[in-house]
Design a binder for this molecule. Structure first.
Ligand SMILES: NC(=O)C1=CN([C@@H]2O[C@H](COP(=O)(O)OP(=O)(O)OC[C@H]3O[C@@H](n4cnc5c(N)ncnc54)[C@H](OP(=O)(O)O)[C@@H]3O)[C@@H](O)[C@H]2O)C=CC1
Ligand SMILES: CC(=O)N[C@@H](CCC(=O)OP(=O)(O)O)C(=O)O
Length: 347
């Protein structure tokens, strides 16, 4: 079987190097080009020595003719880059997977208000599929453009999905209390990401409104074909990788702990990258570090009418590069777990 020819735009950030790590062991993938305007000419293994021996490639300028010769191009770039280059690429028959947020929100007025820029290609939005395989696998197979979901939105949507689809929670009072490690803020130098600013501390941010709120709400609304009311509060925790989302919903009817466990297990029984933990156990971000798994647990705390879900992912894998590779595998009819068989790193 011939290999999928891959281009990566934006290879010097954490999601770019994570794509390279995953694709290095992918049996059906060949990275043809990886771009960086600032580091053009530098061998990738010089910037990222963990890739020594795996790639004989140097960063190059993002050139349309090189990218147009690929089967798929991943954008691991800041918001606003993919939307400028995608129309030309899909015209050339290249499929696009954007790890940024350019295509995630269908209502472009909403997108523009949260991202503070005009959208660059409203006319191709019909070609876009939101790349959460556990919801949209069939559409992903044929998609020309994939909007790879955000990290928090992945953990939150997967956790709420069984409850919303079963009509078990009050849609007017959903809460997602989420925490992320510092790599979620990207590789760019920022005071807020310094060790002295993030170690030995734990704080909420974006309480008044985070750009992932409209993305999560869009996904939850689609699950019920209605409108949810969600409070979403992200936090920064002093770890490097990992997201933990604790989700709360008020039950609409009396349902036992055992029924909830069964609902979650049945919903995700066939999913290669969602693991419902056994009853009486809890996931930990350490149980997904470096792997593409989302692990979750569901509880009905004694004496109450609230259901609690805890959902964990590695923000750089299931929350970004791993999910992007999973989407590529589905689009190109490859084994869905090709290149994604890593066991989480412990400790
Ligand atoms: N970190 C995380 O956990 C997650 C991140 N994401 C998203 O993934 C995307 C990438 O994030 P991250 O890996 O942190 O990387 P950065 O945003 O730090 O890296 C950006 C990369 O894009 C390149 N780039 C920047 N501007 C342009 C441009 N105009 N044209 C072409 N290339 C450009 C840069 O190289 P150069 O400037 O040299 O060309 C660099 O290699 C972001 O949109 C982020 O929000 C998504 C999910 C999770
Ligand atoms: C800890 C931290 O700063 N996290 C980032 C989200 C991670 C990310 O990059 O979000 P996308 O998936 O939308 O690109 C933030 O809150 O903006």
């Amino acid at each position: 079987m011939s290999k999928v020819k891959i281009g990566i735009v934006g290879g010097t950030g954490y999601t770019g190097v994570e794509l390279l790590r995953l694709l290095a062991n992918h049996p059906n993938a060949e990275v043809m080009a990886i771009t960086s305007r600032s580091e053009a000419g530098m061998p990738v293994a010089e910037m990222f020595p963990n890739l020594r021996g795996f790639y004989d490639l140097a960063f190059s300028e993002p050139k349309a003719d090189v990218l147009a010769a690929c089967d798929v191009v991943f954008f691991a770039t800041p918001h606003g880059v993919a939307m400028d280059m995608t129309p030309e690429l899909i015209e050339a028959g290249v499929r696009v997977i954007d790890l940024a947020a350019d295509f995630r929100i269908s209502d472009l007025e909403v997108w523009e208000s949260w991202y503070g820029m005009p959208h660059g290609c409203p006319n191709i939005m019909d070609e876009v599929v939101y790349g959460l395989p556990e919801m949209y696998r069939e559409k992903i197979k044929k998609a020309k453009v994939i909007a790879n979901p955000g990290c928090y939105p992945t953990a939150v949507q997967l956790g709420f999905q069984p409850l919303l689809k079963a009509g078990l929670v009050d849609i007017d009072h959903l809460i997602a209390d989420a925490k992320s490690g510092v790599s979620g803020a990207g590789r760019g130098a920022k005071v807020g990401s310094l060790a002295a600013e993030t170690s030995e501390g734990f704080k909420a941010y974006g309480v008044n409104g985070h750009r992932h709120l409209p993305e999560i709400v869009q996904g939850l609304d689609r699950m019920i074909d209605g409108k949810v009311n969600l409070t979403f509060v992200p936090h920064l925790i002093p770890t490097i990788r990992g997201i933990e989302a604790t989700l709360y919903g008020k039950l609409t009817r009396n349902v036992s702990q055992e029924e909830l466990q069964e609902l979650f297990e049945n919903t995700y029984a066939e999913e290669p990258f969602v693991d419902v933990m056994p009853a009486n156990s809890l996931p930990d971000t350490r149980l997904v570090k470096g792997s593409n798994m989302c692990r979750m647990a569901v509880y009905r705390p004694v004496g109450g009418d609230v259901v609690v879900v805890t959902s964990v992912i590695d923000n750089l894998v299931k929350g970004a590069a791993g999910q992007a590779v999973q989407n590529m595998n589905i689009m190109f009819d490859l084994e869905e777990d090709a290149g994604l068989k890593h066991v989480a790193l412990l400790p």
